[in-house]
Each structure stands twice: as C-alpha cells, then as structure tokens.
Write a protein that binds this ligand. Structure first.
Ligand code: F6R
Length: 236
C-alpha cells in the first residue's frame, strides 16, 4: 500500500486527479470506477480543468459508479446519477452512454444487481477504482456487517451514514434508507485502487481500516489485501 499525506485538500485533489489522468492517458478506453460524496469533488474539478485545457480526452473512457440511492431516479437532485452528471460527466467529453450507475428505481432490484455485475464483467473489470471512506469504514455503501458482501446488492443504510449524508438533503428524514451498491468482488478486482480521505475526522477510521485487523465490521479493511492501492489523506 502506498500512503500519501497531502498538505491540504487542494493538493490531495491534484494528486488524485494526476493518478486518474495518467490512467486515461496510458489506456484511453479504460474503465474508471467512480465515487460520489464530498471528497472527490476537488478531484473532478481538477480533471475538468485539465480537460478544458485540452490535456485529457475522456471520449473513449467507460465509467462505473459505486452506488445509488434506492427510490431516486436520475432527475432527482439528490441522486448519484444527478451528482455525477452535474459535477463531472456533463463537463467533460465522456460518452454518457458509457457511464454506468446502478438504477435506484429498477422494479426488479435483484435483476438490477445481477445485471450491474454482468456489465462490469463485460467491460473487463475496473482499471482504476476511486473510493472515499465513510466514518464507519464503509466503501461504496458496503456497511459494517458480519460478512463481506461479494456482489452488487441492496443495503439498508446505517443510522450513522444517514446522519452523515443528511447534509446533502433538506432534512434527515429525506435521506433514503436503502441503497444499491457494488460489492467487494468488483472493488477488489479493480486493477488499481485510489482511496481519498480528507479531514481530521477521517484519520481514526483510516487507522482502523489500514492498521487494524481485516474485518467486515470495518469494510474498508479488506483493502489491505489489494496488491495496488494508494491512499491519499489530507488533514485539512
Ligand atoms: C459514495 C460512496 C461513499 C463515500 C463515503 C465518503 O459513492 O461510495 O462510500 O465515498 O461515504 O463520503 P464523503 O466523501 O462525503 O466523506
């Protein structure tokens, strides 16, 4: 594992964007695994800037996102599809039909989960997976549990995650209780993993995840077994 401590959030974002752009340059038709949340916003902003300067071309890139809220369609401003379009996809030259996000409104959720895994497999897996980390150690929406969930699945969000994500909604009650998330197989089979964490409040969970035992109670701890993972952390 490579651990980089960045001076501040801007530098963290720049380092992360550097790693992603290197991936796109080396393999223009790569599959990027992408995350939502506050932490990757600076990374996406930096990538957009480099795209606008003509330094990166996303026209052949495929992307697969980690998760989506159950019950929200892509027009809902709180959905992760809306987030990705607004903060990244609509501002670069990626082909939107090559951007996959699980559907939160599929009638047959089991079929949606199975299909999502099939689609990732058909793309040949993920070349570079960008991850954030929840305060409880979740990656994607793989919440602490008694076992690691392997495949894409529907998950009941833990109270602490609902509380943490309430900042994006008008009120806590509006946060969906369920989400659909990629499981550990697709994440762990990504050729490279880049995990970014910002703020002093993330330090304790980072230490538990990367220095403690590997346990499904801290889902990110499984990443200790990945052969090519970079963690970028900034305290401020
Ligand atoms: C989002 C996701 C989550 C976030 C995590 C950290 O797609 O998969 O695991 O990465 O909740 O969120 P932030 O970056 O808002 O602290």
């Amino acid at each position: 594992m490579k651990f980089i401590e960045a001076e501040n959030y801007e530098k963290l974002s720049r380092r992360a964007a550097n790693i992603i752009s290197a991936q796109v340059i080396i393999k223009p038709d790569c599959v990027l695994g992408l995350a939502t949340g506050s932490t990757p916003l600076g990374t996406y902003k930096q990538l957009i800037e480099w795209y606008e300067k003509g330094d990166i071309d996303f026209s052949e890139v495929f992307s697969v996102n980690l998760d989506e809220y159950i019950g929200l369609d892509g027009k809902n401003e709180q959905s992760y599809r809306y987030f990705m379009d607004k903060n990244f996809f609509d501002r670069i030259n990626i082909d939107k039909s090559n951007t996959l996000i699980p559907s939160g409104t599929a009638e047959d959720r089991d079929a949606e989960c199975a299909n999502y895994d099939k689609k990732i497999k058909a793309l040949g897996g993920i070349d570079l997976q960008l991850l954030g980390i929840g305060n409880d150690g979740h990656i994607g929406f793989n919440e602490p549990d008694s076992c690691f969930e392997k495949n894409t699945h529907v998950v009941r969000l833990h109270e602490s995650t609902i509380e943490a994500n309430a900042r994006f909604f008008e009120k806590k009650e509006d946060v969906p209780k369920f989400a659909i998330t990629m499981g550990m197989i697709s994440i762990m089979q990504a050729k490279k993993i880049l995990l970014i964490a910002n703020g002093r409040n993330k330090k304790e969970i980072l230490d538990k995840a990367f220095l403690g035992p590997i346990t499904p109670e801290i889902p990110a701890s499984i990443l200790q077994l990945h052969p090519d993972i970079t963690v970028i952390y900034s305290e401020k």
